[in-house]
Design a protein around this ligand. Structure first.
Ligand SMILES: [Zn+2]
Ligand SMILES: [Zn+2]
Length: 152
């Protein structure tokens, strides 16, 4: 995958929150699960996995919200308290990664998901590129998404 060198800058819609990501992502994938559709208010979400150590919040302080997943895991979401724009979330069971919403980057031109997850609940009009790996549900191992990115 040829991607621009870090850092990557971005922020929320109103500009209260600005951030900088200082290392290359571990993967970028898309998810059509119903929770992602609701959170995005759209057909799917894109997720960019980054190391927690790679995130610098350069302006503002994101607000935290908590949700319990169907599997019973707590997920902490971070969003702008002024405009409500969701920026990233942190699964409770991981102290290493953030799941980032890469549509909040200033430059989204290089983003290309390596996989679509939960394609079984995708909206019926969504067609996927032939070179994209498709998982009908979640991947058996989360690492599969990282391996696909490393090979791309
Ligand atoms: Zn904002
Ligand atoms: Zn999802």
């Amino acid at each position: 995958m040829s991607i621009p060198a870090p850092p990557y800058e971005g922020g929320c819609q109103c500009g209260t929150i600005r951030y900088r990501i200082t290392a290359e992502p571990l993967t970028v994938y898309a998810c059509s699960c119903t929770e992602c559709q609701r959170q995005a208010g759209g057909a799917f979400n894109m997720s960019m996995i980054i190391r927690q150590s790679a995130l610098e919040i350069s302006k503002g302080t994101p607000k935290e919200t908590e949700r319990v997943s169907d599997a019973g895991n707590r997920i902490f979401g971070y969003f702008c308290g002024d405009c409500g724009n969701r920026i990233y979330h942190r699964p409770e069971q991981s102290n290493a990664i953030f799941v980032f919403r890469p549509g909040t980057l200033d430059d989204t031109s290089w983003l290309k998901p390596v996989a679509m997850v939960w394609a079984s609940s995708a909206q019926p009009w969504v067609t996927l590129p032939e070179d994209m790996t498709v998982f009908e549900k979640g991947p058996e191992r989360f690492d599969q998404l990282l391996e696909l990115w490393a090979k791309a």
